[in-house]
Design a protein around this ligand. Structure first.
Ligand code: ADE
Length: 430
């Protein structure tokens, strides 16, 4: 990507602002005093400013982002916090060394990117941009600063019944949305559920996700973390995607409500047997409607297992009010909406984004020449961040409420689960 702004173009813009009758010797000076737009300043600095160039070389800056400290890591990646230099928004930067990516990892990464590009939901971590340097790939992601569900439970114990409902309803909403567009997550676990600072829950890490052409398509790769794996993954040669995500949600729900995992064993062989047999015990204090939901989900035969729709209609979730309707599909093609917004609902938001883009120094020409569907474009990053800001201002990112809930009961201090974080695996079933 070229950040160069030619001086002739700058001058051209400045001349167009000058009254021709004033042409005189002072004009050259007057021109130089016209302040640069934030975009011009940034792109100039990236080309000419020694400090900025040095930061780009040593990785303290990546594209339009200023990089800060490390906040996480995965098998092939490290995650750092970063800020957008123009919008000032915090983002999570997932960094991957290209040299360490074998063919398999490259395939998974391209699936991760393409899944995330199709997803726009309040409970799914957004992908804003992809930045590539000669040695690295960076996924610029929505920042969720409240830590993950696994650490939350390990540090603070199980959740109350009401809090569990609020969290689970959001995960369910995210999964229903992705299954509707044929995306299967395949690595749902508490470590991959993040909290935003407002308490909203975000499903993250689409590194094992896949998009099927039909929800009844059989898959044959073992993905995910063994304690969350459905029995058919150990037992059968192929499996259907949605029931595998549903099973993992059952394990997650059990973990949230009890602070313990339903299937535990000292060895992988014993864990496998436990899961295939579906042997787990529900503590008697667990509320009946929650027990019923878990029993409906943790059915060893995928065909008998609850479908997402049955989960949404279960008694346990009856008092949950979802504040949002699913994000309209047209917001997935933002360029179109920005240039000729059709939907009444979107119009206002699009106007806001257009205004912010102009303030930063993006022109209509920029809008015409850049496709915000192309993730590898710094304009896309700015555009998606501003669009998300506008959506958040409209309350799209807020947790659901539970009807009749007086106040959140005090969190129970059970610290029953002190297990290690679960690592995910990937292998072809044989
Ligand atoms: N760790 C991994 N992904 C993250 C994200 N999107 N936000 C905050 N921390 C993270």
């Amino acid at each position: 990507v070229q950040y160069q702004i030619t001086s002739s173009r700058l001058h051209h813009r400045l001349y167009s602002l000058t009254d021709s009758s004033e042409t005189g010797p002072e004009d050259e000076e007057a021109e130089t005093r016209v302040p640069l737009t934030p975009l011009q300043k940034l792109t100039n600095d990236m080309c000419k400013d020694e400090k900025t160039i040095k930061e780009l070389i040593i990785g303290r800056r990546v594209g339009f982002y200023k990089v800060r400290g490390e906040i996480g890591y995965g098998t092939f990646s490290r995650v750092k916090m970063a800020f957008h230099a123009l919008t000032k928004d915090k983002v999570a930067l997932k960094m991957l060394d290209k040299a360490r990516l074998d063919i398999q990892a490259q395939r998974l990464l391209s699936r991760e990117i393409s899944s995330m590009e199709s997803l726009q939901h309040p409970n799914v971590v957004r992908l804003y941009e992809v930045v590539e340097t000669p040695s690295r790939l960076y996924l610029v992601l929505e920042y969720a600063g409240g830590g993950d569900l696994h650490n939350r439970i390990c540090n603070e114990g199980k959740f109350s019944d009401n809090s569990s409902k609020i969290i689970f309803a959001q995960i369910l909403s995210a999964i229903k949305y992705m299954h509707n567009i044929n995306i299967i997550h395949r690595d749902l676990k508490a470590e991959n559920v993040l909290f935003a600072s407002n308490g909203c829950v975000k499903v993250a890490d689409f590194g094992f996700s896949t998009q099927v052409s039909n929800r009844n398509d059989a898959l044959d790769t073992f993905c995910g973390s063994p304690p969350y794996a459905a029995p058919e993954l150990f037992r059968d040669e192929s499996y259907l995607g949605p029931p595998v995500d549903v099973w993992a949600m059952g394990v997650l729900l059990f973990f949230m409500v009890t602070g313990t995992m339903p299937f535990r064993a000292e060895t992988m062989g014993k864990l496998r047997r436990c899961i295939i047999e579906g042997t787990y015990s529900v503590p008697p204090w667990m509320p009946g409607p929650c027990q019923k939901l878990i029993k409906g989900i943790l059915k060893t035969a995928p065909a008998e297992r609850y479908a997402v729709e049955q989960m949404m209609g279960c008694d346990w979730l009856l008092p949950v009010e979802f504040p949002w309707t699913l994000v309209p599909a047209e917001s997935l093609s933002p360029l179109q909406s920005l240039l000729e917004s059709e939907s009444k609902d979107l119009e206002e938001m699009v106007e806001e984004v257009r205004g912010s883009l102009e303030e930063l120094g993006f022109t209509t020409e920029h809008l015409r020449n850049n496709q915000p569907k192309d993730s590898r474009n710094p304009f896309t990053g700015v555009f998606r961040i501003l669009l998300h800001q506008a959506q958040k201002r409209r309350g799209c990112d807020c947790p659901p409420v539970v009807r009749g809930m007086v106040r959140d009961p005090k969190r129970e201090g059970l610290r029953a689960y002190r297990g290690l974080r679960h690592t995910s695996k990937f292998c072809v079933l044989s």
